[in-house]
Design a protein around this ligand. Structure first.
Ligand code: BEZ
Length: 250
């Protein structure tokens, strides 16, 4: 009997591992998978309907759950920041659009953190069939076979996946961190730079090559106003803090 139970548990574990291994996640640098679905804002063809904007796709395990509700309330509170960053938000949850509408109405009536009612302008995508979740590798079968984990895909204006984050069911996302990654990517593209650890909008950035030789620096002392070296490859470019578009240090 003990042997039989052990065999069944081993087979179940093996099956789970095989299923988990077959999850396909669109990787950084790949084209964002396209889909058409019903949403709380009408039919959406993603990502094409958002044209040359940045896009962020968030997945949620289930409507009306407390952690997800806190996340949507936080997103609603800072949705105007994303708009200023030329970015559209879309939400997947493996429920149908009727349930999404009920959840949206309930969330809009919630006084989360004493901020009063917040309108939700971004769409909640019907994914009761899980087809979008599967395209984006949001179902991690060892965590749950029928609920999405908390996924975040940041997609650029050319519809290329630029950042992927997965969070466990139990941990609500830090929306300021998502905004920080978006601003860092936009800064990296605009200035052909990288951003150091714990970078915040307005902090100095890293130049991923030697910008000037010692001779050039000696001949052009004014360059020291823009660049400095901390040793080795660690070249930094000073950022003009007065040009910071959006204070994402809130
Ligand atoms: C939540 O959003 O509260 C939640 C959803 C699924 C599992 C655990 C928590």
């Amino acid at each position: 009997m003990k042997r039989l139970v052990l065999t069944i548990v081993s087979i179940a574990f093996l099956m789970g591992t095989i299923c988990a291994q077959s999850v396909k996640i669109p990787l950084i640098g790949s084209k964002a998978p396209s889909f058409t679905a019903e949403t709380t804002n009408g039919t959406l063809t993603f990502p094409d309907d958002y044209g040359k904007k940045w896009k962020i796709l968030f997945s949620h395990p289930q409507d009306f759950t407390p952690v997800c509700s806190s996340e949507l309330s936080e997103l609603a509170y800072i949705q105007k920041d994303f708009e200023k960053l030329n970015t559209k938000i879309a939400i997947i949850s493996a429920d149908n659009v009727i349930e999404h509408r009920r959840w949206k109405t309930w969330l809009e009536g919630l006084d989360y953190k004493g901020r009063g009612s917040q309108k939700i302008e971004f769409p909640l995508i019907d994914d009761h069939s899980h087809s979008v979740s599967i395209q984006y590798g949001m179902i991690h079968e060892l965590a749950s076979t029928n609920k999405d984990i908390r996924g975040v895909f940041i997609i650029d204006p050319n519809n290329v996946v630029r950042s992927i984050n997965f969070y466990p069911m139990q941990v609500g996302r830090n929306m300021q961190e998502i905004e920080r990654i978006l601003v860092a990517l936009q800064t990296a593209d605009r200035e052909m730079v990288c951003t150091p650890a714990n970078w915040k909008n307005g902090d100095d950035v890293i130049v991923p090559h030697y910008p000037y030789t010692d001779d050039e620096l000696a001949a052009n002392p004014e360059l020291k106003d823009s660049y400095y070296n901390l040793g080795g490859y660690m070249w930094f470019k000073k950022e003009n803090k007065s040009l910071v578009m959006n204070d994402n240090s809130k």
